[in-house]
Design a protein around this ligand. Structure first.
Ligand SMILES: [Zn+2]
Length: 181
């Protein structure tokens, strides 16, 4: 992570295009400094999409909705987990180095969205296991985030998100082998 940050600092300092380094150009030229917009996430917020998951890919539809209807720069979530024809897959959305757009007052945290409506359906085992592995991976990647930084959207919102039938957080934590006192 640090080396990536250093590289961006270098790019800004030298005014070199990210294209020259074979990196994707992360932002359009909006006159805003890239470094100012980079940040280190402080936690993880779990969501559901509140839409039925079909075998077609929802990622593009959700991204389109966030960009064209909500007029955000990109999809609001950092990570999406959904069913595809190939089984459950993990999609990367907004770059982890950017603030998300997924929970009021919590956008400095990583937004993880499990596609499905868990007010109406139970999460499948396959999808739940994928979510656990995503959380485990993120906890390993960020030494500033521990289990206390893992939250459900409904902890800071009136919404039921990630759904009334979603496993309670105590279950999620014990499935991650985390046993708070
Ligand atoms: Zn949510």
């Amino acid at each position: 992570m640090r080396s990536v940050l250093l590289m961006f600092t270098f790019i800004l300092a030298t005014g070199q295009s990210t294209h020259g380094l074979g990196l994707p150009l992360l932002l359009g030229d909006n006159g805003d400094g890239l470094v100012k917009r980079l940040h280190k996430p402080t936690g993880i917020v779990i969501h559901h999409s509140a839409t039925r998951d079909t075998s077609s890919v929802s990622f593009a539809a959700i991204r389109d909705y966030h960009i064209h209807e909500k007029h955000w720069e990109d999809i609001g979530y950092h990570i999406l987990i959904e069913d595809t024809e190939e089984g459950v897959e993990i999609f990367t959305g907004r770059g982890l180095q950017f603030e998300g757009a997924h929970a009021v007052g919590k956008n400095d945290k990583i937004g993880v969205c499990v596609v499905g409506n868990f007010d109406e359906d139970f999460i499948s085992t396959e999808k739940y296991q994928k979510l656990l592995s995503v959380i485990r991976g993120l906890l390993m990647m960020y030494d500033n985030i521990n289990w206390e930084g893992v939250e459900y959207h409904n902890e800071s919102s009136e919404k039921s998100c990630p759904g009334k039938l979603f496993p309670p957080k105590s279950t999620l934590l014990s499935d991650l082998y985390i046993y708070p006192e």
